[in-house]
Design a protein around this ligand. Sequence first.
Ligand code: MLT
Length: 272
Amino acid sequence: MQTVSIGSVHYTEMGTGTPVFLVHGFPLDSRIWGDAGAMLASSFRVVVPDLPGFGKSTLNVPASKQNVSFSMESLAGSLLELADALRIDRFVLAGLSMGGYVAQALYRNAPERLLGLCFVDTRANADDDTGKAARNKMIELIDRQGSPGVVESMLSKMLHPGAYLLDPALVERLRDIMLAQPPGTLRSACAAMRDRPAFFEALPTLSCPLQVIVGSGDAIAPVEVAKKIVELTPGARLDVIEGAGHLSSLERPAEVAEAIEAFVRSIEGKVG
Ligand code: MLT
Protein backbone atom coordinates (compact mmCIF):
# COMPACT_ATOMS: atom_id res chain seq x y z
CA MET A 1 0.00 0.00 0.00
CA GLN A 2 1.32 3.45 -0.93
CA THR A 3 -0.11 6.92 -0.51
CA VAL A 4 0.05 9.77 -3.02
CA SER A 5 -0.88 13.35 -2.23
CA ILE A 6 -3.96 13.90 -4.34
CA GLY A 7 -6.48 14.49 -1.63
CA SER A 8 -4.39 11.73 0.02
CA VAL A 9 -5.71 8.93 -2.15
CA HIS A 10 -4.82 5.57 -0.69
CA TYR A 11 -4.46 2.73 -3.11
CA THR A 12 -3.16 -0.79 -3.34
CA GLU A 13 -0.94 -1.64 -6.27
CA MET A 14 -0.14 -5.25 -7.14
CA GLY A 15 1.30 -7.24 -10.03
CA THR A 16 2.79 -6.27 -13.37
CA GLY A 17 1.52 -5.99 -16.92
CA THR A 18 -1.42 -4.16 -18.46
CA PRO A 19 -2.68 -1.62 -15.87
CA VAL A 20 -6.17 -2.29 -14.52
CA PHE A 21 -7.89 0.13 -12.12
CA LEU A 22 -10.68 -1.27 -9.93
CA VAL A 23 -13.00 1.38 -8.49
CA HIS A 24 -15.54 0.88 -5.73
CA GLY A 25 -19.13 2.10 -5.41
CA PHE A 26 -21.27 3.82 -2.77
CA PRO A 27 -21.15 3.69 0.29
CA LEU A 28 -18.09 1.50 0.07
CA ASP A 29 -14.34 1.43 -0.34
CA SER A 30 -11.58 -0.54 -2.03
CA ARG A 31 -12.21 -3.58 0.16
CA ILE A 32 -15.04 -4.68 -2.16
CA TRP A 33 -12.36 -5.36 -4.78
CA GLY A 34 -9.81 -6.94 -2.40
CA ASP A 35 -10.08 -10.61 -3.40
CA ALA A 36 -10.83 -10.05 -7.10
CA GLY A 37 -7.93 -7.55 -7.27
CA ALA A 38 -5.48 -10.03 -5.73
CA MET A 39 -6.56 -12.67 -8.28
CA LEU A 40 -6.17 -10.28 -11.22
CA ALA A 41 -2.73 -9.26 -9.95
CA SER A 42 -1.31 -12.60 -11.05
CA SER A 43 -1.83 -11.41 -14.65
CA PHE A 44 -1.92 -7.59 -14.62
CA ARG A 45 -0.74 -4.44 -12.84
CA VAL A 46 -3.75 -3.83 -10.60
CA VAL A 47 -4.46 -0.51 -8.86
CA VAL A 48 -7.28 -0.42 -6.31
CA PRO A 49 -7.91 3.08 -4.89
CA ASP A 50 -10.16 4.43 -2.19
CA LEU A 51 -11.90 7.37 -3.89
CA PRO A 52 -11.30 10.72 -2.10
CA GLY A 53 -13.22 10.81 1.18
CA PHE A 54 -13.86 7.03 1.21
CA GLY A 55 -11.96 4.30 3.06
CA LYS A 56 -8.46 5.45 3.98
CA SER A 57 -8.46 8.37 1.54
CA THR A 58 -9.22 11.87 2.73
CA LEU A 59 -10.76 14.87 1.03
CA ASN A 60 -8.45 17.68 0.10
CA VAL A 61 -10.51 20.42 1.75
CA PRO A 62 -10.00 22.59 4.84
CA ALA A 63 -11.19 20.88 8.03
CA SER A 64 -13.45 23.86 8.68
CA LYS A 65 -15.47 23.20 5.53
CA GLN A 66 -18.30 20.99 6.79
CA ASN A 67 -20.33 20.38 3.65
CA VAL A 68 -17.58 19.27 1.33
CA SER A 69 -18.71 18.49 -2.14
CA PHE A 70 -17.30 16.72 -5.16
CA SER A 71 -18.57 15.56 -8.50
CA MET A 72 -18.13 12.45 -10.60
CA GLU A 73 -15.73 14.57 -12.69
CA SER A 74 -13.59 15.52 -9.70
CA LEU A 75 -13.46 11.89 -8.54
CA ALA A 76 -12.46 10.90 -12.09
CA GLY A 77 -9.83 13.66 -11.99
CA SER A 78 -8.35 12.11 -8.86
CA LEU A 79 -8.01 8.78 -10.71
CA LEU A 80 -6.18 10.52 -13.56
CA GLU A 81 -3.86 12.21 -11.06
CA LEU A 82 -3.20 8.83 -9.48
CA ALA A 83 -2.45 7.32 -12.89
CA ASP A 84 -0.10 10.23 -13.65
CA ALA A 85 1.64 9.79 -10.29
CA LEU A 86 2.12 6.10 -11.08
CA ARG A 87 3.31 6.98 -14.61
CA ILE A 88 0.47 4.99 -16.13
CA ASP A 89 -0.56 6.43 -19.48
CA ARG A 90 -3.38 4.11 -20.58
CA PHE A 91 -5.30 1.64 -18.49
CA VAL A 92 -8.39 -0.55 -18.26
CA LEU A 93 -10.90 0.98 -15.86
CA ALA A 94 -13.45 -1.17 -14.06
CA GLY A 95 -15.97 0.63 -11.88
CA LEU A 96 -18.69 -0.89 -9.74
CA SER A 97 -21.94 1.07 -9.56
CA MET A 98 -20.91 4.60 -8.49
CA GLY A 99 -17.42 3.57 -9.63
CA GLY A 100 -19.03 3.07 -13.06
CA TYR A 101 -20.36 6.63 -12.98
CA VAL A 102 -16.82 7.81 -12.17
CA ALA A 103 -15.52 5.73 -15.09
CA GLN A 104 -18.10 7.39 -17.36
CA ALA A 105 -16.94 10.84 -16.22
CA LEU A 106 -13.32 9.86 -16.86
CA TYR A 107 -14.21 8.67 -20.35
CA ARG A 108 -15.97 11.97 -21.06
CA ASN A 109 -12.90 13.98 -20.07
CA ALA A 110 -10.02 11.76 -21.16
CA PRO A 111 -11.09 8.89 -23.46
CA GLU A 112 -7.55 8.66 -24.82
CA ARG A 113 -6.35 7.33 -21.44
CA LEU A 114 -8.58 4.25 -21.58
CA LEU A 115 -7.62 0.89 -23.05
CA GLY A 116 -11.02 -0.45 -22.06
CA LEU A 117 -14.01 0.21 -19.82
CA CYS A 118 -15.66 -2.33 -17.58
CA PHE A 119 -19.01 -1.39 -16.04
CA VAL A 120 -19.84 -3.58 -13.06
CA ASP A 121 -23.36 -3.52 -11.57
CA THR A 122 -23.89 0.01 -12.83
CA ARG A 123 -26.18 2.19 -14.95
CA ALA A 124 -25.86 4.59 -17.88
CA ASN A 125 -28.92 6.74 -17.21
CA ALA A 126 -29.11 9.97 -15.22
CA ASP A 127 -31.40 10.10 -12.18
CA ASP A 128 -34.98 10.96 -13.12
CA ASP A 129 -37.13 13.15 -10.84
CA THR A 130 -38.02 10.19 -8.61
CA GLY A 131 -34.38 9.20 -8.38
CA LYS A 132 -33.30 12.76 -7.54
CA ALA A 133 -35.97 12.96 -4.83
CA ALA A 134 -34.67 9.67 -3.38
CA ARG A 135 -31.12 11.12 -3.28
CA ASN A 136 -32.42 14.19 -1.42
CA LYS A 137 -34.19 11.93 1.07
CA MET A 138 -30.98 9.99 1.56
CA ILE A 139 -29.11 13.25 2.22
CA GLU A 140 -31.71 14.17 4.86
CA LEU A 141 -31.33 10.71 6.38
CA ILE A 142 -27.56 11.15 6.54
CA ASP A 143 -28.01 14.54 8.21
CA ARG A 144 -30.28 12.96 10.83
CA GLN A 145 -28.64 9.58 11.39
CA GLY A 146 -25.18 9.64 9.79
CA SER A 147 -23.67 6.54 8.21
CA PRO A 148 -25.82 4.06 10.21
CA GLY A 149 -28.90 5.52 8.49
CA VAL A 150 -27.44 4.62 5.09
CA VAL A 151 -26.63 1.10 6.29
CA GLU A 152 -30.19 0.70 7.56
CA SER A 153 -31.62 1.87 4.25
CA MET A 154 -29.31 0.04 1.82
CA LEU A 155 -27.80 -3.08 3.40
CA SER A 156 -30.73 -5.37 2.59
CA LYS A 157 -30.57 -4.50 -1.14
CA MET A 158 -26.84 -4.84 -1.78
CA LEU A 159 -26.28 -8.60 -1.88
CA HIS A 160 -27.96 -11.52 -3.61
CA PRO A 161 -31.10 -12.34 -1.55
CA GLY A 162 -29.70 -15.76 -0.60
CA ALA A 163 -26.65 -14.20 1.07
CA TYR A 164 -28.70 -12.74 3.92
CA LEU A 165 -29.68 -16.26 4.99
CA LEU A 166 -26.65 -18.25 3.97
CA ASP A 167 -23.66 -15.96 4.48
CA PRO A 168 -23.98 -13.85 7.65
CA ALA A 169 -20.20 -13.31 7.70
CA LEU A 170 -20.36 -11.59 4.30
CA VAL A 171 -23.27 -9.43 5.47
CA GLU A 172 -21.25 -8.35 8.53
CA ARG A 173 -18.20 -7.64 6.38
CA LEU A 174 -20.32 -5.42 4.18
CA ARG A 175 -21.92 -3.68 7.18
CA ASP A 176 -18.44 -2.84 8.52
CA ILE A 177 -17.36 -1.37 5.17
CA MET A 178 -20.53 0.74 4.90
CA LEU A 179 -20.32 2.00 8.49
CA ALA A 180 -16.71 3.08 7.98
CA GLN A 181 -17.59 5.76 5.38
CA PRO A 182 -17.81 9.31 6.80
CA PRO A 183 -21.23 11.04 6.61
CA GLY A 184 -19.77 14.14 4.88
CA THR A 185 -18.47 11.94 2.07
CA LEU A 186 -21.75 10.06 1.77
CA ARG A 187 -23.68 13.32 1.59
CA SER A 188 -21.42 14.67 -1.16
CA ALA A 189 -21.59 11.40 -3.06
CA CYS A 190 -25.41 11.39 -3.01
CA ALA A 191 -25.46 14.92 -4.42
CA ALA A 192 -22.85 14.04 -7.04
CA MET A 193 -24.77 10.94 -8.15
CA ARG A 194 -28.02 12.93 -8.25
CA ASP A 195 -26.43 15.51 -10.54
CA ARG A 196 -24.55 13.17 -12.88
CA PRO A 197 -25.47 13.21 -16.58
CA ALA A 198 -26.56 10.17 -18.58
CA PHE A 199 -23.99 8.21 -20.56
CA PHE A 200 -26.28 6.54 -23.10
CA GLU A 201 -25.36 8.94 -25.92
CA ALA A 202 -21.67 7.97 -25.72
CA LEU A 203 -22.31 4.23 -26.07
CA PRO A 204 -22.89 3.82 -29.85
CA THR A 205 -19.56 5.44 -30.70
CA LEU A 206 -17.47 4.42 -27.69
CA SER A 207 -13.79 4.70 -28.60
CA CYS A 208 -12.62 1.77 -26.46
CA PRO A 209 -13.90 -1.77 -25.82
CA LEU A 210 -16.64 -2.17 -23.20
CA GLN A 211 -17.41 -5.03 -20.85
CA VAL A 212 -20.56 -5.09 -18.74
CA ILE A 213 -20.64 -7.33 -15.67
CA VAL A 214 -23.79 -7.78 -13.60
CA GLY A 215 -24.87 -10.00 -10.73
CA SER A 216 -27.85 -12.17 -11.72
CA GLY A 217 -29.66 -10.94 -8.58
CA ASP A 218 -28.64 -7.27 -8.70
CA ALA A 219 -31.63 -5.38 -7.26
CA ILE A 220 -30.12 -1.88 -7.76
CA ALA A 221 -28.75 -2.08 -11.33
CA PRO A 222 -30.55 -5.18 -12.66
CA VAL A 223 -29.62 -7.46 -15.56
CA GLU A 224 -32.06 -5.66 -17.92
CA VAL A 225 -30.13 -2.42 -17.36
CA ALA A 226 -26.86 -4.17 -18.23
CA LYS A 227 -28.41 -5.70 -21.37
CA LYS A 228 -29.63 -2.30 -22.54
CA ILE A 229 -26.09 -0.86 -22.21
CA VAL A 230 -24.67 -3.80 -24.18
CA GLU A 231 -27.33 -3.49 -26.90
CA LEU A 232 -26.40 0.15 -27.44
CA THR A 233 -22.65 -0.48 -27.62
CA PRO A 234 -21.22 -2.19 -30.71
CA GLY A 235 -18.96 -5.11 -29.74
CA ALA A 236 -19.65 -4.89 -26.00
CA ARG A 237 -19.45 -8.11 -24.00
CA LEU A 238 -21.83 -9.08 -21.21
CA ASP A 239 -20.95 -11.30 -18.26
CA VAL A 240 -23.77 -12.24 -15.90
CA ILE A 241 -22.45 -13.50 -12.57
CA GLU A 242 -24.78 -16.15 -11.19
CA GLY A 243 -25.46 -16.02 -7.46
CA ALA A 244 -24.32 -12.41 -7.08
CA GLY A 245 -26.34 -9.31 -6.26
CA HIS A 246 -25.27 -5.67 -6.61
CA LEU A 247 -21.76 -6.28 -5.26
CA SER A 248 -20.56 -9.01 -7.58
CA SER A 249 -16.86 -8.27 -6.97
CA LEU A 250 -17.36 -8.89 -3.24
CA GLU A 251 -19.82 -11.77 -3.59
CA ARG A 252 -18.21 -13.73 -6.43
CA PRO A 253 -14.63 -12.43 -6.70
CA ALA A 254 -13.26 -15.43 -8.62
CA GLU A 255 -15.95 -15.27 -11.31
CA VAL A 256 -15.59 -11.50 -11.66
CA ALA A 257 -11.79 -11.74 -11.83
CA GLU A 258 -12.08 -14.46 -14.49
CA ALA A 259 -14.45 -12.32 -16.58
CA ILE A 260 -12.22 -9.22 -16.32
CA GLU A 261 -9.13 -11.29 -17.14
CA ALA A 262 -10.78 -12.56 -20.34
CA PHE A 263 -11.75 -8.98 -21.28
CA VAL A 264 -8.27 -7.56 -20.67
CA ARG A 265 -6.67 -10.46 -22.57
CA SER A 266 -8.96 -9.69 -25.53
CA ILE A 267 -7.77 -6.07 -25.46
CA GLU A 268 -4.11 -7.16 -25.23
CA GLY A 269 -4.74 -9.38 -28.25
CA LYS A 270 -5.93 -6.36 -30.25
CA VAL A 271 -3.26 -3.85 -29.17
CA GLY A 272 -0.28 -6.16 -28.84
C1 MLT B 1 -23.59 2.20 -5.65
O1 MLT B 1 -23.64 1.00 -5.35
O2 MLT B 1 -22.53 2.76 -5.92
C2 MLT B 1 -24.88 2.97 -5.62
O3 MLT B 1 -25.92 2.15 -5.24
C3 MLT B 1 -25.16 3.62 -6.95
C4 MLT B 1 -26.42 4.41 -6.95
O4 MLT B 1 -27.03 4.60 -5.90
O5 MLT B 1 -26.81 4.89 -8.03
